[in-house]
Design a protein around this ligand. Sequence first.
Ligand SMILES: *[C@@H]1O[C@H](CO)[C@@H](O)[C@H](O)[C@H]1NC(C)=O
Length: 370
Amino acid sequence: MDRFSLLFLLLSSVVASAVVFDVNSDGDPLIRQVVSDGGVEEDSDDHLLNAEHHFTLFKSKYGKTYASQEEHDYRLGVFKANLRRAKRHQLLDPSAVHGVTKFSDLTPSEFRRQYLGLKPLKLPADAQKAPILPTDNLPDDFDWRDHGAVTGVKDQGSCGSCWSFSATGALEGAHYLATGELVSLSEQQLVDCDHECDPQQYGACDSGCNGGLMTSAFEYTLKVGGLEREKDYPYIGNDRGPCKFDKTKIAASVSNFSVISVDEDQIAANLVKHGPLAVGINAVFMQTYMGGVSCPYICFRTLDHGVLLVGYGAAGYSPIRFKDKPFWIIKNSWGANWGEDGYYKICRGRNVCGVDSMVSSVAALHTKSQ
Ligand SMILES: *[C@@H]1O[C@H](CO)[C@@H](O)[C@H](O)[C@H]1NC(C)=O
C-alpha cells in the first residue's frame, strides 16, 4: 500500500471513531455544544451568538479584561478561530476533550511565544547515557504523586520558562528520593542565573523567558552547587532582574544526570527507579486540551515544551478502539486551572507528539536542606 492510501485509511478511521466518540461521550455539555455542533453552519447567526456567549463566560471565568474595544473585538475573533481549532483537535484526538481553555484568546504563535520555551540545544558535556535497566517486574500503574515526590502544580505565567519548571520538578523528585524531604525549588534562579550555552551552536543558550533546555539547567546546577528553595528565591515570571543566587542558601544539589534512550520500557524503568523525568513534547494539542488521554492521530514531533513525567497508567480511557491503551501522566506548569488540575495525559506506545524523544533523569546529592 502506498503512503497516500495509508493516510487516507488513517483519516477515514479518524472520522469514523470521532463520530462514535461524540455519540457515546458524556463530557462537558458546553464543549460538546461548541465542538460537536456538526449541523450548524460555521458562520450562521446561531453559531456567532453561541461563540459570543462562550466568550463572555470565558472572560468571567478567567478574569480577562481588554484595554480597548478594538482589542476586545480582535480577541473575540481569535477566540472564534480557537473554537474551530478545538473542534478540529477533537476530531484528530477523540480520546481527549478539547474546548475552551485559559489560552483561548491567544493565537497559536502568541501561545508558543509566551507559554512554552523549550530550546532543543545540544546536550551538555556532563550528560551521560542512562545505563539499560531491567524492565520485567515493572508495575502496571505508577504515579510519583502517590509516593510524595511531587510538589504542587506551579504556573510559569507569560514567560517561556517551561524548561526551568521541568528541571526543578525532576530535581525536587530526585532530592526527595535521596533525602526523604520534598522541597519546592527555585525556577527564578534558573531564569536569572543559568545562561549555559551549547558549545557547538553560537547563541544557543538557556535564556530565561526566551527558552532553555533541562539538561543544560542540570549542567548549570551541577556547576554552581545547587538550587535554592522556591521560598528563598521566589518566581516572578520575568527575566529582567539580576542573578541573586546565594550559595549559602542551597537546598538541593545535582550529583549526576543522564539521557534516556527513545524506548518506552526504559523510560518507565528509569521513572520508577530515579523519580520524575524531564521530558520535551510538542504542545500544539495542549492549547485546547481540557482532559482525558490525548492520543492525536497526527502530531508533529518537533519539541517545543518542557514538562515533567511523573507516572503512567495501563488503561483508563473509553473510546472502544483505544480500550486498554496505556498513557503517561505529565505535570505541566500552567497552573492548576489548566488540563486535569494542571496535569496532562498522553498515550504511550508510539512516541506521540515526540514525548519519548528527549527524556532526562537527574540524581541528587544526599544532603538535606537546612
Ligand atoms: C548516576 O550515576 C550512577 C553511578 O554511575 C548511575 O548508576 C545512575 O544511573 C546515575 N543516575 C542518573 C540519574 O544519571
